[in-house]
Design a protein. Structure first.
Length: 134
């Protein structure tokens, strides 16, 4: 089991990662129906011979069709896949992509019809150092 006290560190700017997590959680909450839930999980994975931490934020909102998933990360784009009509500048998800990819990480969306959407972030873990943080 992974707990916050035994997670391997990743090299990432704490404030920027805070904005990414806030944005993803806010999006998930906005698109989850009343009495629905948003869940978060984290797991250790391996990709390209590198150890990684993968964070998943899952909501119970409407799904995002496959053809629109990459558009979510384009500036000013807004996909009408939610239960409610929210206005936004369309910059939150592009910001998330820039921050995550700037760390050498990956961000993507998994979504199944009527089963909600999962925002996934994968970050390479680093050897422990005084400046490394999650």
């Amino acid at each position: 089991m992974i707990s916050p006290t035994n997670l391997p560190p990743v090299q990432a700017d704490e404030k920027k990662m805070g904005r990414v997590l806030t944005n993803l959680l806010t999006n998930s909450i906005k698109h989850t129906p009343i009495n629905g839930s948003v869940s978060c999980s984290i797991e250790q994975t391996r990709k390209d011979n590198k150890n990684r931490l993968q964070l998943n934020i899952r909501d119970e909102g409407s799904s995002i069709p496959q053809k629109f998933r990459n558009l979510v990360f384009d500036k000013y784009s807004q996909i009408e896949a939610g239960l409610y009509n929210f206005s936004s500048a369309g910059l939150g998800m592009p910001l998330c992509r820039v921050v995550i990819e700037g760390t050498g990480g990956d961000i993507w969306i998994e979504s199944q019809l009527t089963k909600g959407t999962t925002y996934c972030i994968s970050l390479t873990t680093e050897e422990a150092s005084p400046n490394a943080s999650v």
